[in-house]
Design a protein around this ligand. Structure first.
Ligand SMILES: Cc1cc2nc3c(=O)[nH]c(=O)nc-3n(C[C@H](O)[C@H](O)[C@H](O)COP(=O)(O)OP(=O)(O)OC[C@H]3O[C@@H](n4cnc5c(N)ncnc54)[C@H](O)[C@@H]3O)c2cc1C
Length: 139
């Protein structure tokens, strides 16, 4: 058995240096709830390539803009994913029943993985559902 740590997103850090960009796992871009890392890594790779091309063409703000693009596209979403994961992984038994066994939950997670639904749209409701299941009368 080997352990393979996941490079989960924790907060928005600068992803650029003077002549460098970080992408994928090096940028800590893995979803803190679902641990999806491939799609966001590809996104950062594509955006980094475009930023490098713009920088070579003389755009001095291209590298800092890369950090902003990634923060807006993923960081803002991951704030919500992190809130949900904080509750989800604290109560694995309840979370499994409410969040994994429910067919609708699986469907929502699939939509997130396909980029069709955003955490922004579902987190409030999901947290209320989780809370209701272990604190009847709440939410
Ligand atoms: C156990 C596990 C399960 C996962 N399951 C999923 C999943 O189901 N779905 C999902 O979306 N994500 C999953 N992930 C996350 C996903 O694998 C990563 O987020 C993604 O592969 C990151 O891509 P990357 O290109 O940044 O890094 P990597 O895919 O790790 O690529 C980095 C490459 O650089 C090479 N390298 C390292 N150092 C050097 C060096 N000095 N010189 C030359 N080459 C070097 C490495 O050998 C590697 O090939 C999983 C991760 C783990 C650990």
């Amino acid at each position: 058995m080997y352990e393979h740590p996941l490079s989960l997103w924790s907060d928005n850090k600068p992803l650029h240096g003077q002549n460098a960009l970080v992408v994928g796992d090096a940028a800590g871009i893995t979803d803190p709830l679902l641990a999806e890392g491939i799609r966001p890594s590809m996104f950062t790779g594509v955006k980094a390539a475009a930023a490098i091309a713009n920088a070579i063409a003389g755009d001095s703000s291209a590298l800092p803009e890369y950090s902003s693009i990634v923060h807006q596209a993923w960081g803002e979403e991951y704030v919500w994913a992190q809130r949900l994961s904080g509750l989800f992984f604290k109560l694995p038994g309840v979370a499994y029943k409410v969040g994994v066994k429910r067919p609708t939950a699986a469907q929502i997670m699939s939509q997130i993985l396909c980029g069709q639904t955003r955490y922004t749209d579902i987190t409030d409701k999901a947290i209320k559902t989780l809370k209701r299941s272990f604190l009847p009368g709440q939410g």
